[in-house]
Design a protein around this ligand. Sequence first.
Ligand code: SF4
Ligand code: SF4
Length: 417
Amino acid sequence: MLDDPKSLAGNPTDENVADQVMPEAKPKELSFGPLSKVHVFWLAGMSCDGCTVAVAGATQPPLENLLAGTVTGVPQVILHHPVLSVEAGEEFMKNFYKAERGELDAPYVICYEGSIADERIAWATGGYFSALGAEHLGGDQHRPIPSTEWLTRLAPGAAAVIAVGTCATWGGIPAAAGNPTNSMGVMDFLGKDYRGTAGLPIINIPGCAPVGDNFTETVAMVLLFLQGIGPLPEFDELGRPSWLFSDTVHTKCVRGGYYEEGSFATKYGQKECLVEIGCWGPVVQCNITSRGAINHMGGCMNAGGVCIGCTMPGFPDKFAPFYKMPPGSNISSNAVRTYGAVIRRLRRMTMKYQNMEPRWEENDAVPSGWGAFQKPSLVNQAMHYLYQKMQYSGSTRPGDVVSKESLKAKGFHTPEV
Ligand code: SF4
Ligand code: SF4
């Protein structure tokens, strides 16, 4: 056993965490591009492995293609992953030591899954929270090396550090109220001044679990950048890929039309907007409804679930209690309900008219054997007459005979025959 628990790279909690963790940290020179391969070290802290499962299911690009080096322009990924790698024991760990000594044959990137726990708390009772490999202390004594310590050792030489999942990005569930392990995100741990050797601050791909494609796509783009053939992808002020996280989930939700027309579900299983039964979508930055969970399938509202804000730094506490209507939604949904009901009725009237083939109107009959087709009422017909007047003003209604004179009057030149 060691005397000094700080040698376990316990988590400083002061503001200048980076200074304490890496006082000598200076970017090392690495020549990027052309690269045939890049090592990726996957470290797992306080994690449920859900991020690994999500990434293993990614399809654009698939993890297998990154590993096989078959994504055009992207260097092959040599993945060192505690669950997915086939090597074990010393054979698995040797590359971690090589990376620390700067002896690898290619640049490396760190991916961190799970929150960073304060190992000093575990150390006080002789244990550890999460570790990878062990240091031989002599005799039969070994010290498990915390994942946090590996991050401290490898971060100074990493081309980039990518936090994957909400636990690694912001602290997530292990950092929820009470936080007995003093858990935090990678950014809190390494600090705002941290830069990888490629000059990048920490990249954050949140989600509990994240969309796997969000991760593999970002990795591929960062690798193209390291390769020297792609631009630096755009990230927002919290290090999120901005093309993936700038919009709210509400803006692309499959139920957005119901919201706009003021139609709200009152219980689960209904098709309408879920805001009144607890959906936080209008204020949550997430792309799962357009991208799907895996292979463009699934995703919270697509599958009937409300948004509980799992991509957000405030998750979970600021979105509790789950499944209760967010207070702000009361105002917006009531406002929408008033004008949405009128808009919805007007649209149904137009829809009814657009469901009529012109021949049916002429014959005053619908030749469908499926049921009695209700014809538009007189009021409806009158309104539609006005509607069409507006629709075709300044243009010609299909089927209308247009004289050359009227075309000329509108500025059209017709050939003389
Ligand atoms: S279900 Fe949620 S995200 Fe979808 S439209 Fe309603 S409030 Fe917006
Ligand atoms: S819709 Fe909400 S709960 Fe679902 S993944 Fe996105 S942020 Fe998480």
